[in-house]
Design a protein around this ligand. Structure first.
Ligand code: HEC
Ligand code: HEC
Length: 504
């Protein structure tokens, strides 16, 4: 690791999530908006629909100014944040895709220029030239998506690049095409939703039914985009290697929950579009349009969250872990340790190991904090958890440091935790204390009714076997730690385990 670490009390994922989601919203608005404007302008000019043209001019102000200004600002924001939180992965992306970035920036400059000319040219350009500029705006916006899409999809599915090192294998990777169609659909949908939001503000009972026509038309745009999302998401899911998807379905709560929530938002959006867009367009109030916009944005955010979290434990699938540990270097770390290969060290080795191995996803006391989950435990337990961290819920990268480094990191965490026994921290005894002991000492790897559930095997052990099972806990799986709680905790745990069979 040749970069310094950045300490932040807000977790990296949250920061990245906020800035990235804002940026992808804006950039997809710009693409869909470009298509919407030039397409509708062509139709309106053909039919001499002046009211329609006035509406489009109004709309272009949002698409062009807000999306480009905010798009450019939030785009810079993404570079800023990824450079801070994962400079090594950012470096891989820059090195590999340098000409693609150059191409993308060229398209972005064309896009901005065309958008500005389009916006200021409503009155001054001829109809034909204005439409040509509109097409240039849309085409260059979509081409910048085309290029970025290759880089984003590469991170999840680098495909043959891992063995060939060929940049075209990296770019046209397994999820490239489905993701491109999906993102195009998303762009069309969001543009329709925004146009609908503006249309909803027109008076419902205008004399010539303008609102009615406009709302229907925009709802159809939204629906077309939404419908495109369905087959392209199925295609996308199928293009992800099955090892990833089957493991996710069995073990990964975060991406799968996001995906399911996405279905609900898609369903709600479809319902609103059909009822208030197609059947009762005059009733399409601003409240409905705002609700629709929220559904659309939430759907998109859930997709992005799904994509980011299903990639775990990697930042670049099979190549670099999310904490910037390079897969190819892991044998070196295992024999020589992390510390030796860190250019920037602070003198506090435990803290540096935390920064290297865990800080990309955890803080000690802020968001996704480690202190509270270790309160009331002991050094041996913490060290065991570090050494077996890949067996925990959360799809974490294994700890590749040495035995000694695991101990240093454990000491660092132990220094910060509440050292009173669990019974005192939580004021519990008997079976309720046992339940807590289970949560703290077992629940990180075995959730009851969830991740790697062992309730059935525990019941099968039977009441008389618990003591022996606990005493020999470290024999059961390579990552499973020995039980290092005190006698009172052990007794309470046994008492709790005895209740398992009675509460199915
Ligand atoms: C790639 C991101 C990532 C890295 C790196 C990472 N973790 Fe995690 N960790 C997670 C996620 C996500 C969860 C939460 C899973 C959940 O709540 O279902 C988690 C959960 C945990 C838990 C269980 C928390 C609980 O609620 O019981 C512990 C303990 C933990 N991590 C320790 C560590 C340690 C120690 C390190 C460094 C050696 C580390 N993690 C590195 C992502 C990561
Ligand atoms: C660091 C993660 C981790 C912790 C903490 C942990 N286990 Fe395990 N456990 C494992 C692994 C890994 C296995 C073996 C592979 C598997 O079955 O998933 C395992 C296996 C088991 C089994 C199955 C044994 C068999 O032969 O069927 C049971 C039961 C079990 N654990 C109970 C517990 C209990 C009770 C605790 C708390 C005292 C606990 N585990 C703590 C990781 C852990």
């Amino acid at each position: 690791m040749h970069y310094p670490f950045w300490d932040s009390s807000i977790s990296y994922g949250l920061l990245m999530g906020c800035i990235a989601v804002l940026h992808v919203f804006i950039s997809h608005f710009a693409i869909g908006g470009g298509l919407y404007l030039v397409w509708q302008e062509t139709l309106a000019r053909k039919s001499g629909d002046q009211q329609g043209l006035d509406f489009l001019e109004r709309l272009s102000k949002f698409f062009v100014l807000l999306t480009l200004v905010m798009g450019a600002l939030s785009g810079v924001g993404i570079w800023f944040i990824i450079g801070l939180i994962n400079p090594a992965a950012t470096e891989v992306l820059i090195h590999n895709f340098v000409w693609f970035w150059a191409t993308e920036w060229t398209f972005f400059i064309i896009e901005i220029t065309a958008a500005i000319i389009y916006f200021y040219g409503w009155k001054t350009l001829s109809a034909k030239n204005h439409i040509i500029v509109g097409w240039i705006y849309f085409a260059s916006a979509w081409m910048s998506l085309f290029v970025i899409n290759g880089i984003i999809t590469f991170m999840l599915t680098p495909g043959d690049w891992l063995t060939t090192g060929n940049i075209w294998d990296a770019f046209f990777n397994p999820t490239f095409w489905p993701s491109l169609v999906f993102r195009t659909g998303m762009s069309v949908m969001l543009a329709g939703f925004y146009a609908l939001l503006i249309a909803s503000r027109y008076p419902a009972h205008d004399f010539d039914g303008f609102k009615e026509r406009l709302v229907r038309k925009n709802a159809l745009w939204g629906l077309t985009g939404l419908i495109l999302l369905v087959p392209s998401f199925v295609w996308y899911w199928k293009a992800i290697p099955t090892e990833i998807t089957t493991n996710a379905l069995a073990m990964m709560k975060i991406p799968i929950t996001s995906m399911h929530q996405g279905y609900w938002y898609a369903g709600a959006a479809a319902l609103l579009l059909i009822v208030f867009g197609l059947i009762l367009p005059r009733r399409c109030s601003t409240v409905v349009a705002v609700a629709l916009m929220i559904c659309g944005l939430m759907l998109f955010a859930k997709f992005e969250w799904f994509r980011e979290s299903i990639r775990k434990p990697y930042a670049i699938g099979g190549y670099m872990f999310a904490n910037a540990v390079e897969v190819a270097h892991t044998p070196i770390y295992q024999s020589e340790g992390y510390l030796k290969h860190m250019t920037f060290r602070t003198g506090d080795d435990g803290a540096d190991l935390f920064r290297r191995a865990c800080q990309s996803c955890h803080t000690m006391e802020g968001s996704r904090a480690l202190k509270p989950v270790f309160d009331g435990t002991d050094k041996e337990f913490i060290a065991a958890i570090i050494k077996g961290v890949e067996a925990l819920k959360g799809n974490m990268p294994p700890f590749y440091g040495t035995e000694e480094e695991a101990r240093l990191l454990a000491n660092y965490i132990y220094d910060k935790i509440d050292k009173r026994p669990l019974s005192e921290i939580y004021g519990l005894h008997g079976a309720p204390l046992g339940k807590k002991v289970f949560e703290v000492r077992c629940g990180k790897c075995h959730e009851r009714g969830g991740y790697n559930d062992k309730t059935a095997s525990l019941i099968a052990i039977g009441e008389t076997g618990y003591e022996e099972f606990i005493d020999t806990a470290d024999d059961y799986g390579e990552a499973m730690p020995a039980f290092t709680g005190d006698e009172a905790e052990k007794e309470a745990l046994i008492e709790f385990l005895k209740t398992l069979g009675h509460h199915p």
